[in-house]
Design a protein around this ligand. Structure first.
Ligand SMILES: NC(=O)c1ccc[n+]([C@@H]2O[C@H](COP(=O)([O-])OP(=O)(O)OC[C@H]3O[C@@H](n4cnc5c(N)ncnc54)[C@H](OP(=O)(O)O)[C@@H]3O)[C@@H](O)[C@H]2O)c1
Length: 265
């Protein structure tokens, strides 16, 4: 039997962006998917609607900034699917603005979504993941390798996932739960992708013309590969390994590049 057939996987932020592509890839591989979203309605796509109709998928809603919503969501997931074999922590938000300008509430929203929400959901899902000897996959970023000016809250939240993965992996080893992390570089954006401004408003993220950008399909396949082969830490593409190398050998070069590009969104 193929690895994903019948696996019950919760994908956060699954109604748009990379999360939606991961969801479709999982459905096509025969997995059962818990499609989580917060504010985005279900996509009007045949594959997703059909899966919801025939029980291959389940749609749940929760604001990851709310532990009570996360716990209520997990009850619905367990009532619907029995147990869960994997959680892909895909949902995330970034904020653009200097440390000086960024309000505390914006900083908190980013930390709550990208870190505390991830922790709360991991806690809520863990008893089930222990039973199924399942997988947890954190989606981090190159912004975790070195702090990125004007994206400080995002960098801090994504960097914090690194020790979370490292320590959890060791703690959960006796339970045979896999814990992995992927450092994604630039992935193509949805047209309506937004980040937060310093005061918490929504600002559109422009289409990126970056040479190292990868497609959402390629990023999704790498995420699923990391789970199937129980990888600890992987890079979405070559740019991550390059950044890690430069940071290790020529940290001044990386600091120079980040400093030069710090006003780009
Ligand atoms: N795109 C890139 O270049 C890139 C690079 C490195 C890492 N990443 C990471 O990859 C992941 C996906 O990126 P993406 O580009 O697909 O992002 P995106 O298009 O901006 O989508 C973000 C997702 O996060 C969900 N979300 C945000 N705040 C939430 C909250 N408070 N509660 C629940 N869900 C919330 C959204 O759900 P709703 O729409 O339902 O609110 C949405 O589905 C993120 O973790 C991101 O940091 C992306």
């Amino acid at each position: 039997m193929r690895y994903w057939t019948g696996k019950r996987v919760l994908v956060t932020g699954a109604c748009r962006g990379l999360g939606l592509v991961i969801t479709k890839e999982l459905l096509s591989l025969g997995a059962r998917v818990v499609i989580h979203s917060n504010s985005t309605p279900l996509p009007n796509e045949d594959m997703v609607l059909k899966a919801l109709e025939n029980g291959q998928a389940l749609h749940v809603r929760a604001d990851l900034c709310s532990t009570s919503e996360i716990n209520a969501m997990m009850s619905v997931v367990l009532a619907g699917f029995g147990e869960i074999d994997g959680v892909i922590h895909n949902a995330g938000i970034s904020a653009y603005g200097s440390f000086l300008e960024t309000s505390e509430s914006t900083f908190q929203q980013v930390m709550n979504t990208n870190l505390y929400g991830v922790i709360a959901l991991t806690k809520a899902a863990l008893p089930s993941l222990i039973k199924t000897q399942g997988s947890i996959l954190f989606i981090s970023s190159l912004a975790a390798i070195h702090g990125v000016p004007n994206y400080l809250s995002y960098s801090v939240s994504k960097a914090a996932l690194v020790p979370l993965q490292e320590a959890l992996e060791l703690e959960l080893k006796p339970h045979a739960v896999h814990v992995g992390l992927i450092y994604l570089g630039f992935v193509e954006n949805d047209e309506h992708k937004y980040s937060l401004s310093a005061d918490g408003g929504k600002i559109p993220v422009p289409k990126r013309n970056i040479r190292t950008k990868i497609t959402k399909e390629r990023a999704a396949k790498k995420v699923l590969w990391a789970i199937e082969y129980k990888k600890r830490k992987v890079y979405g593409d070559f740019s991550g390994r390059l950044m890690r190398f430069i940071n290790g050998i020529f940290p001044g070069v990386l600091r120079g590049l980040l400093s030069k590009n710090q006003n780009k969104t």
